[in-house]
Design a protein around this ligand. Structure first.
Ligand code: GUN
Length: 304
């Protein structure tokens, strides 16, 4: 017998991003091995990091490790904080010209003295596995155009929805945040998937009542637990992209990671929800591997 019969006693289904990402990584490993047998070559990904931001270093080491685990060759480029824009640019040009490099990822943010827009615009669009090149983003924004790559975190959010059996078409989706890396591209991707999309951001009045209309909430504001349980429409799907460190003296590290959604409250209202950590994060890495594989397949299968 169910322990709770009332609606209030219901708990959201937890979307296990870690498990879904692991399944995808196994699928990728199998394809990499097939490519290797067919062409005698494996996909290659250059992961470029500038400086020594702790968060960026941890993301980059996860990405490099994930490559090696599925058989993708990672080309490590570590540049000092003081590197000039011209030096970084010539490194990008060098990587653009290496045939064994099928993807190039420049970890963001870059130091202030480097113009991010100029750097991202120099990455060959055929190797733009982050999908941040203006041509790829532009095609994502337009009807009837297909970018060569979709940005990894947005692609991961949609993959979590589809692998959890949640359809997007015709649904009301609210994206919280409008960053170039997540909020904006995930809004475009939802629109391409035929959702009715609203973006709320720091200048939106009445964000709470807009969020409460959403069948699908994508939280990407970078504000720890800002979205309360009472802001969620009962039964909604909640994808929490936030990764915020908050002080926690009970942990050895002194901190813990929380999302943009108050998870414990939202669990009592939502139909399904991603946890932090273990939700979107692992999917971002899995989508990067998938993009690299797709780029490599395009390059290898092209008649010479
Ligand atoms: N910084 C935070 N997220 C990302 C990402 O998905 N790609 C890159 N390159 N940098 C990031």
């Amino acid at each position: 017998m169910a322990s709770h019969s009332s609606q209030e006693g219901k708990q959201a289904n937890i979307i296990d991003g870690k498990a879904i990402a692991q399944t995808i990584r196994s699928e990728i490993a199998a394809e990499v091995s097939q490519l290797s047998q067919k062409y005698g070559k494996v996909p290659g990904l250059a992961v470029v990091i500038v400086g020594s931001r702790k968060d960026s270093q941890s993301y980059v080491s996860m990405k490099r490790k994930a490559c090696n685990e599925v058989g993708i060759k990672s080309f490590d480029v570590d540049l000092p904080e003081q590197v000039s824009e011209a030096e970084l640019m010539s490194k990008i040009h060098e990587l653009n010209a290496i045939p064994d490099v099928h993807g190039i990822l420049v970890q963001l943010p870059l130091p202030k003295h480097i113009n991010e827009e100029r750097i991202l615009g120099e990455i060959s669009i055929e190797k733009d596995v982050d999908g941040f090149h203006p041509l790829n983003i532009g095609k994502l924004a337009m009807k009837g155009r297909e970018p060569l790559f979709l940005p990894c975190t947005p692609k991961g959010c949609l993959e979590l929805l589809s692998r959890s059996g949640i359809s997007v078409k015709g649904k009301r989706a609210v994206v919280v945040g409008r960053s170039n890396i997540v909020g904006l591209p995930v809004s475009l991707l939802l629109l391409k998937a035929d959702a009715t999309v609203t973006i709320v951001h720091s200048h939106t009045s009445n964000a709470e009542s807009i969020i409460r209309e959403a069948d699908i909430v994508i939280a990407a504001a970078g504000q720890a637990m800002m979205i309360k349980g009472g802001w969620i429409k009962p039964g909604a799907a909640v994808i929490d992209v936030g990764t915020n460190a908050v002080d926690d003296p009970s942990r050895k590290s002194g901190y813990r990671l929380v999302g943009d959604v108050n998870f414990d409250e939202a669990c009592k209202v939502a139909g399904c929800i991603t946890p932090v950590p273990g939700g979107v994060g692992p999917m971002t890495v899995a989508m990067l591997l998938k993009n690299t594989l797709e780029g490599a397949k395009r390059a290898m299968e092209q008649p010479q």
